[in-house]
Design a protein around this ligand. Structure first.
Ligand SMILES: Nc1ncnc2c1ncn2[C@@H]1O[C@H](COP(=O)(O)OP(=O)(O)O)[C@@H](O)[C@H]1O
Ligand SMILES: [Mg+2]
Length: 178
């Protein structure tokens, strides 16, 4: 296990940018699992990933389709899944993702406990809202499992520092000293 990396994400634009940065590092076969309540920002993050991968069509909430494939002409395709209505990993196997995995990055909302078996490595991204409803800040925690992400997380952190400013990481670290 690598991480956690903790981030404070102030705006939807920053969440999008976080996904776009991640898209610069991923390759076909990568598995990203998103956890967070409704409205946390899972789809917003996925939209950033889709933008970074230059997928053709718009990334929207997959809620009513379980899984949607977005083709890219320049990089890996994006498989965007929603595990909300799935209750077991057997149902995941019925979706026949094996066919898409070699050419796609798989991003699964509500995927925790359901899709880990699809790959020996995966990235877990947990998004938490502030308790204060007026506060749009999201706290993001990133943990990597498996060999694939060993050096990549440091690279991602460097991109985040460039794009979101050093504050995001520094703030998050500071808040754990209290
Ligand atoms: N800091 C933030 N990060 C992400 N989304 C935010 C943030 N602040 C406000 N929002 C809003 O919260 C909502 C998140 O929705 P969405 O990405 O669909 O969440 P989920 O897929 O987790 O249900 C969007 O309307 C977005 O504009
Ligand atoms: Mg969503």
């Amino acid at each position: 296990m690598i991480g956690p990396i903790r981030l404070v994400v102030a705006t939807p634009e920053d969440m999008f940018s976080l996904g776009a940065d991640l898209a610069r590092l991923v390759r076909p076969g990568d598995l990203v699992i998103l956890t967070g309540e409704l409205g946390a920002g899972k789809t917003t993050l996925t939209q950033g990933i889709g933008h970074g991968l230059q997928v053709r069509d718009q990334v929207i909430s997959p809620t009513f389709v379980l899984s949607r494939v977005h083709r890219s002409e320049v990089g890996p395709d994006l498989v965007h899944m929603d595990g909300y209505r799935l209750t077991s990993s057997f149902e995941v196997d019925d979706l026949d993702l094996e066919a898409e995995m070699p050419t796609s990055v798989i991003v699964v909302e509500w995927g925790g406990g359901l899709v880990e078996h699809l790959s020996e490595s995966h990235l877990d991204i947990t998004i938490n809202r502030s308790l204060d409803v007026e506060d749009d800040t999201r706290h993001v925690e990133i943990v990597a499992t498996g060999p694939r992400w060993e050096n990549l997380l440091a690279d991602w952190e460097a991109l985040i520092n460039q794009d979101m400013g050093r504050d995001a990481l520094a703030d998050a670290e500071g808040s754990f000293d209290e």
